[in-house]
Design a binder for this molecule. Sequence first.
Ligand SMILES: Nc1ncnc2c1ncn2[C@@H]1O[C@H](COP(=O)(O)OP(=O)(O)OP(=O)(O)O)[C@@H](O)[C@H]1O
Ligand SMILES: Nc1ncnc2c1ncn2[C@@H]1O[C@H](COP(=O)(O)OP(=O)(O)OP(=O)(O)O)[C@@H](O)[C@H]1O
Ligand SMILES: [Mg+2]
Ligand SMILES: [Mg+2]
Lengths: 248, 248
Amino acid sequence: MRAIAVINQKGGVGKTTTTLNIGAGLAREKRRVLLVDMDPQAHLGHSLGVPVHELRRTVLDVLESKASVAETVVNIKPNLDLLPSSQSLAAADQSPAAKKTLLRDALASVQDYDFLLLDCPPNLGVLSVNAMVAAREIFIPLQAEFLALQSMSRLLQTLKEVCADLNPGVAITGIIATRFSKQKKLNREVLKNIQGYFPNLLFETRIRENVSLAEAPSFGQDIFDYRPRSNGAQDYRNLCREILKQGD
Amino acid sequence: MRAIAVINQKGGVGKTTTTLNIGAGLAREKRRVLLVDMDPQAHLGHSLGVPVHELRRTVLDVLESKASVAETVVNIKPNLDLLPSSQSLAAADQSPAAKKTLLRDALASVQDYDFLLLDCPPNLGVLSVNAMVAAREIFIPLQAEFLALQSMSRLLQTLKEVCADLNPGVAITGIIATRFSKQKKLNREVLKNIQGYFPNLLFETRIRENVSLAEAPSFGQDIFDYRPRSNGAQDYRNLCREILKQGD
Ligand SMILES: Nc1ncnc2c1ncn2[C@@H]1O[C@H](COP(=O)(O)OP(=O)(O)OP(=O)(O)O)[C@@H](O)[C@H]1O
Ligand SMILES: Nc1ncnc2c1ncn2[C@@H]1O[C@H](COP(=O)(O)OP(=O)(O)OP(=O)(O)O)[C@@H](O)[C@H]1O
Ligand SMILES: [Mg+2]
Ligand SMILES: [Mg+2]
């Protein structure tokens, strides 16, 4: 089982869009996928049309050992389950005393999946650290703009601290260029920088800017159900192929 | 003096870009402006070319009463000062015990400005609440996409709690449509929704998607210095005119 946290403290770079569409793409390739929403805004659930406010149990109950993963998951479609979040998770983000190993312990007994994908909030607080401790791999969605490089160094620093302290085995295994327009000089230049700094980590597939990706959540659908022939669907399909090749 | 917090817990909607360019636009109209960076990622400072890591004092020292505002501000250009942030501010975000009135008390004696503009991190934690308590007005930058409406209801709820508790005078006085493309049906439809819910709050000026706005921070410049004839400069200039008209 591959356990991957999708992290970048910079806001709006495509963490949720990437977690959702990689998950849906892998499920179409017959891999069993569990999406875990660690963002109190619960955008992963909203974007999949799950009535998050009405759920009796969420990931917080699992973290507090009040419910098991199996009792809490919501089935989205064949091979794709979601461990939903809720606003009440925000309280955990604000309590430094919260243990960094809660999620790792909660997921320890989970076996029936091929992939665990953890969506994170736009910060490096307790919830993101929990995801770093529970995962074995880190994917970093990155928008090739000025502030991208600045956030990377901060993220690497935090990851080093987490590694040393609680999860020596975790490693960055992929950087994903998101919202990419090759016509934008800024995108091309920043990407060249990223390739220079992290030569083997950048996936070949660039996720192009594509409005279908922003529209799909309004219908509670992933990109493959919403517009299977769009650039967004092609790019995430290609990305899934690369991810599966990594695992061989 | 107008004290305005620029808030939206949704990441990447243009909070920093808006705070920076409204600030620079108002300074060009000879208003004295203090920008306050309440985001530990310190993107406001980075985007203005301020060497944030090397500063001896930041907004955290002011919050902890270790330094005055006057000793800590960095002058950016005529009429434009910055109270810079730093990574160490993140600790405050994670301690629920931190008082919500720290910023209000720290700014209480500040008088030599016409505008205070507070940039916030992408969450509704302690730092954003401090900004809501210190401000008298709230501007909400909003990207007209699916998740925008969902975050609005959450923001309004938090604002109501803050009002009742610590700052009854604060009110939303502007919603700014950012990264807007009128060719995108999604943008047009969501904006129609926003207009329906908040008829008098949406500024006439829409900030169009414009790559110059994403490029300017790499040069440490505001949009007026970087590309004065770009769509981005025109839009923020028009927005500043509307803001000044409000104050009459
Ligand atoms: N490749 C793309 N092309 C066009 N729009 C995109 C693309 N990827 C994401 N978006 C849109 O950009 C916005 C931000 O994406 P998303 O919410 O996935 O980012 P995030 O990093 O999860 O944000 P947050 O930091 O708030 O959690 C959303 O409205 C989404 O629909
Ligand atoms: N109108 C626009 N046109 C094109 N790019 C824009 C526009 N506004 C902002 N951007 C770019 O979008 C990205 C996000 O903007 P910005 O950092 O200002 O958002 P934010 O809400 O402050 O993000 P965060 O939630 O991380 O604090 C930046 O790379 C910025 O340069
Ligand atoms: Mg997200
Ligand atoms: Mg910002």
